[in-house]
Write a protein that binds this ligand. Structure first.
Ligand code: PMP
Length: 363
């Protein structure tokens, strides 16, 4: 048994459920009586394939088995999706529409600009991305092939609470930092994607959930491994998949089922985030939340102190006290507690206590 677990607030790769790590450890060397690790076996064999298919089935089951949706396992991280989306969908005369909400939306747009025509449909840049734009009266160009949103901006700590209806234009969401943190009506989306390393498992696999018809007819002139259709028609086994990562995703999704599915997970996430935001809001201004109250993220709690010196001291003292990963992203500074699905409530209550104590000493 593991004796000590860190209070892990890393932004990604991030905390994984202890139960999952222990299960993986127990079957690490000899997987299902094969005398081999899952990492040592052929991806063409029945044992690996059953894990691969099981992971896809569990993901769809969590979403209520929506008709017409498929799960793909890709590599190259969410960053590769920033390029694959325009490469696959921006044919002649088509436009990629983007909602600008922060650092990751910005990267997605930059990549699309390398490939084809783009349009900024809405932006909250003027609020330094500390709020979300109003999407109720979106006007999309006729030529829009899709509307891309970032459901949760990991760096700024803002998260959409609802999504616009986009009619015939497929809505595509980068859900890298909040997938499966709450119930998800996938039928609102043409496609969602996420690098696994926050809420789904270890790094190495990117999960795409999309309507089959969107994935089916990728342009033939783009490289084989960059076509969604290659993954669709080969059950994501055209080449060697990241088999250990897929195995871990299956275990993490199994754990989500055991935690009461997406609504069970959401209740826990609301308790954790609620506690930290309450600590910030009740500090009499000692701690200041970065994001506007209505746009606050359940996953990345961003906050500041009065001076950068004090923030540095907080980062240093918290680390000495066993709290990992609280320094904000280098691009924005401040502090950030990433509290993904697998971060236990106990870590958050220990952090809230530490924050109270730090305030007493330095307030
Ligand atoms: N989108 C979001 C919202 C992210 O948080 C990240 C990673 N932190 C990425 C995209 C990039 O993911 P990857 O490292 O898997 O390319």
């Amino acid at each position: 048994m593991l004796s000590k677990r860190a209070y892990n607030f890393n932004a990604g790769p991030a905390a994984l459920p202890l139960k999952v790590l222990e299960r993986a450890q127990a079957e690490f060397v000899d997987f299902r009586n094969t005398g081999m690790s899952i990492m040592e076996m052929s991806h063409r064999g029945a044992v690996y394939e059953s894990v691969h298919n099981e992971a896809q089935e569990r993901i769809l089951r969590l979403l209520g088995n929506p008709e017409g949706y498929k799960v793909l396992f890709l590599q190259g991280g969410a960053s590769t999706q920033f390029a694959m989306i325009p490469m696959n969908f921006l044919g002649e005369g088509k436009t990629g529409s983007y909602v600008m909400t922060g650092s990751w939306a910005d990267k997605a747009l930059k990549e699309a600009k390398l490939v084809g025509e783009t349009h900024v449909a809405a932006s909250s840049k003027e609020s330094s991305y500390m709020s979300l734009p109003n999407l109720s009266n979106l006007e999309l160009p006729e030529s829009s092939a899709y509307l891309h949103v970032t459901s949760n901006e990991t760096i700024e700590g803002v998260q959409f609470q609802s999504y616009p209806s986009t009619g015939n234009v497929p809505l595509i969401a980068d859900m890298s930092s909040d997938i499966f943190c709450r119930p998800l009506d996938i039928t609102q989306f043409g496609m969602v994607y996420a690098g696994a390393q926050k809420n789904l498992g270890p790094s190495g696999v990117t999960v795409v959930i999309a309507r089959e018809e969107l994935l089916a007819d990728s342009p033939g002139h783009i490289p084989t491994m960059l076509r969604y259709s290659t993954f669709l028609s080969n059950n994501s086994l055209y080449n060697t998949p990241p088999s250990f990562s897929v195995y871990m995703v299956n275990e993490v999704v199994k754990w989500i089922e055991e935690e009461g599915g997406l609504s069970g997970i959401e209740a826990k996430n609301r308790d954790k985030a609620g506690l930290l935001y309450q600590t910030i809001d009740n500090s009499g201004g000692f701690y200041k939340g970065c994001a506007d109250t209505e746009s606050r993220s359940l996953m990345n709690v961003t906050f500041r102190l009065a001076t950068e010196e004090l923030e540095k001291l907080f980062a240093k003292e918290s680390e000495q006290a066993g709290f990992i990963g609280l320094k904000g992203h280098r691009s924005v500074g401040g502090l950030r507690a990433s509290i993904y699905n697998a971060v236990p409530y106990e870590s958050c209550s220990a952090l809230a206590d530490f924050m109270g104590d730090f305030q007493k000493r330095h307030g």
